[in-house]
Ligand binder design. Structure first.
Ligand SMILES: Cc1cc2nc3c(=O)[nH]c(=O)nc-3n(C[C@H](O)[C@H](O)[C@H](O)COP(=O)(O)OP(=O)(O)OC[C@H]3O[C@@H](n4cnc5c(N)ncnc54)[C@H](O)[C@@H]3O)c2cc1C
Length: 483
């Protein structure tokens, strides 16, 4: 069959075995999915759709999208697996700036619809197998004496506390998703068309991108320029891809600081540490947390709402400079200060950043689309970052499958469908400042308030609300998922 210009014809997917045909689409389109797993585009009224016969195709043209994903964190590999599952013949390249899979990071939460997406992908058990066994959080005073105790929160309920039902080390979740994409690719490899496949390229990023109506020309750090049908920015909160596509001004303005600076790192475990995380509020708007569970090391998290000026510009400096700045800010905090700060200095997985949300009025520009933290980082304080990535990847893959090769239609639909959950995950838990008192009296009041809340929560199961919100995960039979 002759190739026909894209503007006047739309690609019609007619079977799960990736046969394609171009058909005229002058009349308004309607897509449907039948129990047979077949899609078709038609201008027939809705009530006539199920009367259409399935005719075998006379000829077919395969041309699934050539996709570039920037970033192999959580969002990137999740999207790979979902795309491949819906359409084996996607040609997918993932570039990751880091020289290998970047598995640093402490515990992250899996919640609500994020859990449902993993279940649908058949990966919930694999993720669960890596979940840490944290039994709750105790708030301690400078002598280590317990002041308040909070338990484990069910993944779909919002209560005061730190520990969620599914707590997983960031690196373990990244690994589960990355491995799943490779395993799936290994199974599909045999039946892929020429020039189709999956490639992860590490130690590489993009330096420029130029868009035209029918593609994006991307220049990489190795000097090569390649053309893609779709570029997905999955390169995190400080996304370079977002900056290149939307411009520095728009991209920088999207970052809304919540005034908290944080450092995460691992230190050797000591006796007495185990299931309970420990939190200590220090004067000067500082919060120190340790999380160990059954692991041989203790994850340490330092948060501050003070000294913003000292930390604001440090993140572009080498790691050693960042470490020095955090040591300076946390000097004199008390409790396990000596242990934590000497552990910080020798840690090899130190990661620090300013907490902020990414708020973009548009999630795509032309053929570049934002996914996960790059488009809607909620800040780790919400515990919803990973969930946002998984929901985003599911909706993006779902809409691409539903719209076949119509990138613009798919990206519009992605924007519409994903906006309500994005608004939900970005809801912050009240006034953050109350968790960061500056004076001795403020710390005393906070500890006693925590004590009262923890007692009330244990006694009457209060406060509590449905964390899942009103938004329900849409169904995409096109993704060929397990449930
Ligand atoms: C090293 C690290 C440690 C973290 N630790 C924690 C933590 O302890 N607790 C927590 O709640 N959240 C942490 N986060 C953030 C958390 O992973 C995200 O909030 C969330 O899960 C969203 O995931 P994402 O895939 O959108 O982005 P990320 O998980 O940030 O992944 C983005 C990926 O893109 C890569 N990348 C960045 N820029 C480029 C570029 N220009 N070109 C190519 N690749 C690029 C990064 O190296 C990374 O692999 C961490 C993130 C990172 C990168």
């Amino acid at each position: 069959m002759e190739r026909i210009p894209r503007l006047t014809f739309s690609l019609l997917r007619i079977s799960r075995r990736t046969e394609y045909i171009y058909l005229p689409t002058k009349a308004p389109k309607r897509r449907a999915f039948q129990a047979t797993g077949r899609f078709f585009t038609t201008s027939l009224p809705k009530n006539k759709l199920n009367q259409l016969p399935h005719k075998p195709l006379q000829s077919s043209v395969a041309m699934p999208l050539n996709v570039l994903i920037v970033g192999a964190g959580i969002a990137g590999p999740a999207l790979v697996t979902l795309l491949q599952g819906s359409e084996a013949n996607y040609n997918i390249t993932v570039v990751e700036r880091f020289p290998e899979l970047r598995t640093a990071g402490q515990q992250i939460d899996l919640k609500n619809q994020g859990v449902h997406v993993l279940r649908k992908m058949g990966l919930l058990d694999a993720a669960k197998a890596h979940c840490v066994d944290e039994t709750g959080l105790e708030i301690v005073d400078s002598q280590g004496k317990r002041m308040a105790l909070f338990g484990v929160n069910p993944h779909d309920q919002q209560r005061i506390g730190l520990t969620s039902e599914y707590e997983i080390m960031r690196g373990d979740l990244v690994n589960v998703l990355y491995q799943a994409s490779l395993d799936q690719y290994a199974k599909l490899k045999e039946r892929l068309g020429k020039g189709r496949g999956l490639t992860y390229e590490f130690g590489k990023t993009l330096t420029d991108l130029a868009q035209s109506d029918d593609g994006v020309d991307v220049t990489f750090t190795d000097g090569q320029t390649k053309r893609y049908d779709l570029v997905v920015a999955a390169d995190g909160q400080a996304s370079r891809t977002r900056r290149l596509a939307f411009g520095k001004e728009v991209s920088d303005a999207a970052f809304k600081s919540i005034g908290v600076h944080a450092a995460y790192f691992s230190i050797p475990r000591i006796e007495g540490e185990g299931g309970l995380a420990r939190g200590f509020n220090a004067m000067g708007r500082r919060l120190l947390l340790t999380r160990t569970s059954e692991r041989p090391v203790t994850g340490t998290l330092l948060f501050t709402m003070g000294d913003a000026e000292k930390l604001k510009n440090v993140y572009k400096e080498p790691i050693e400079k960042q470490k020095e700045a955090f040591v300076e800010v946390f000097k004199g905090s008390g409790w396990q200060e000596d242990r934590l700060l000497s552990g910080l200095k020798s840690s090899d997985d130190f990661y620090a950043h300013e907490h902020g949300q990414i708020k973009m009025s548009q999630l795509s520009k032309g053929r570049v689309v934002l996914l996960g933290d790059a488009g809607y980082c909620p800040t780790p304080f919400t515990g919803m970052g990973a969930t946002g990535c998984l929901v985003g990847a599911y909706v993006l893959a779902g809409e691409l499958a539903r719209h076949a090769n119509d990138v613009s239609g798919a990206l519009k639909a992605y924007e519409t469908v994903v906006r309500p959950p994005v608004d939900e995950i970005q809801k912050l838990p009240g006034v953050l400042g109350i968790f960061f008192p500056s004076s001795k009296l403020g710390v005393w009041i906070l500890r006693n308030t925590m004590w009262a809340v923890s007692k009330a929560q244990q006694a009457v199961d209060w406060p509590r609300s449905e964390g899942g919100g009103r938004w329900k995960l849409p169904e995409y039979p096109e993704l060929n998922l397990t449930s």
